[in-house]
Design a protein around this ligand. Structure first.
Ligand code: UD1
Ligand code: MG
Length: 482
């Protein structure tokens, strides 16, 4: 039903109140830019086309849109539906809407217009405004309205004696106590025919406190011509715009709560204080403990536990994995039933096999551990392969870097690396081989061989007692001398 509807989303403003070098609409809420959510709402509502009006920070905004909604974006069905139009000078929301309209495809009949800085609004919220236009044949324009006790900062909805909407008055332009007492405000979602917007936007004049072209003046344009403006009472909890960092924090909290609730209702236990960004996937019966942070394209399998303080970024965590407290996983895979942590650090391109164990103070980078392999304590495994069931002892280091290049360490199936060994890459330890504790391995070790490279131990009977006597006497002699 929205195939011939184009959504025009205004995102060209400077966002002065953010006091930021980053364009306002790119500030993240629950891990994604503000603009992401409004564009997604339009696409999910089924709009055939979305035109984002860009201007301030244009290159960055366009780059983000191409990444998120382009051909290789997160949802193939959306590819090609998001375009941009340029507002060259930021002269107000009315001017931005005009720029947007010039980018709308020729066969679009209806326009849904809203702002890119209202991240909580949903597809249903915008669709309701378009439906109100269809349902009321006398209405030329439909708009959402909200009512709250303190609408400070928002444009207020002015109604006539019959209760018809006749104008929107911006905060700065409120002219009387009666107007200041109005509790109904404009969240900024409008629907009308393309033709109406073309006429109304062409008529705008910057006659207001800010000297800007106000999109909101399309309301009085309609009313003055005797056209009805349909109003759709909307949920104020999802309509807050983000104009400064305090509002950004509120939006982030609200979005995070929405995300947590969705996962909880899907059968996941999430303790207070956990943070889960938009787009993270979690399987049923997983448990996410307090202060765990799940970011980016992270996926957590069914029945897995993510304990206190874990930080997962683009992590692919299998079913029934246990991530113990304070484990950090970045751009890596942890396969089913593996156990990681506490205090493990899996850096990019690590791949921990099924039932494998990575323990405390173990750092991995670009290393694959096969099924059932173990590295339980204090190790650095960089650029390596650890074969099935192999055991890497405490304090083992893969010496992978010579100051110029990275080299690979391979440990065969079932091999055993004694504690405090250094494996100087490139080096291969064969299947079933042993490396004696404290060995510096510089040559390949054949399968089933023992490599041992430490100084031979010698015991000198009674030597410690004699040494103590000598040292004690020396101390006493020096004390006497003063
Ligand atoms: C606007 C509305 C106000 C409403 C509020 C809801 C107007 C005049 N006011 O005020 O009635 O209650 O939103 O959140 O429309 N933009 C451009 N080009 C510009 C100026 C702004 O593209 O020249 C974009 C911004 O990037 C932003 C959106 O338009 O995404 C809204 O602009 P903003 O300055 O935030 O308007 P508000 O003061 O919030
Ligand atoms: Mg705003």
């Amino acid at each position: 039903m929205f195939e011939k509807t184009t959504a025009v989303i205004l995102a060209a403003g400077q966002g002065t109140r953010m006091k930021s070098g980053l364009p306002k609409v790119l500030h993240p809420v629950a891990g994604k830019p503000l603009l992401h959510y409004t564009v997604r709402a339009a696409l999910e509502a089924g709009c055939g086309e979305v035109v984002v009006v860009v201007g301030h920070g244009r290159e960055a905004v366009e780059a983000y849109l191409a990444k998120a909604f382009g051909a290789s974006g997160e949802n193939a069905e959306w590819a090609g539906r998001v375009k941009t139009a340029v507002q060259t000078e930021q002269r107000g929301t009315g001017d931005a809407a005009r720029a947007g309209l010039s980018g709308v495809r020729a066969d679009a009949e209806r326009i849904l217009l809203f702002y890119g800085d209202v991240p909580m609004l949903t597809a249903e919220d915008v669709a309701a405004v378009a439906r109100a236009l269809d349902d009321d044949s006398a209405a030329m324009l439909a708009m959402a309205t909200c009512t709250t006790d303190d609408p400070f900062g928002y444009g207020r909805v002015i109604r006539d004696a019959l209760g018809q909407v006749v104008a929107i008055r911006e905060q700065r332009d409120l002219a009387s106590d009666v107007e200041r007492a109005i509790k109904e405000w404009n969240p900024g979602i409008y629907a009308a025919s393309r033709r109406f917007f073309e006429d109304a936007l062409a008529s705008l004049e910057p006659n207001n406190a800010q000297g800007e072209y106000y999109l909101t003046d399309v309301v009085s344009f309609a009313a003055k011509r005797g056209n009805r403006v349909a109003s759709v009472p909307s949920n104020p909890a999802v309509m807050d715009g983000v104009n400064d960092r305090a509002q950004l924090a509120l939006a982030d909290r609200a979005m995070s709560e929405r995300i947590l609730k969705k996962h909880r209702l899907a059968g996941i236990t999430i303790r207070d204080g956990a943070r889960i960004e938009d787009g993270v996937e979690i399987g049923a019966d997983a448990v996410i403990e307090s202060f765990a942070v799940l970011r980016g394209r992270t996926r957590v399998g069914a029945g897995a536990t993510v304990d206190v303080g874990c930080v997962l970024t683009n992590a692919d965590v299998g079913e029934r994995v246990a991530l113990k407290p304070y484990t950090v996983v970045t751009d890596s895979i942890v396969r089913a039933r593996a156990q990681i942590g506490p205090f493990s650090h899996l850096r990019p391109e690590s791949d921990v096999g099924e039932d494998a164990h990575v323990g405390n103070f173990v750092e991995t980078k670009k290393t694959k551990l096969d099924r059932g392999a173990k590295a339980n304590h204090l190790a650095y495994l960089g650029d390596g392969f650890v074969g099935e069931g192999a055991n890497v002892g405490a304090g083992t280091i893969f010496c992978n870097y010579d100051g110029f290049q990275k080299h690979v360490t391979r440990i065969g199936k079932g091999a055993f690396i004694g504690s405090d060994s250094q494996l100087v890459a490139p080096v291969t330890i064969g299947d079933g081989a042993y490396v004696g504790t404290g060995t510096t391995v510089t040559k390949d070790v054949p399968a089933d061989a023992l490599a041992i490279g430490r100084a031979k131990q010698e015991n000198k009977e009674g030597y410690a007692a004699r040494l103590r006597g000598r040292l004690k006497a020396a101390k006493e002699a020096s004390a006497k001398k003063g």
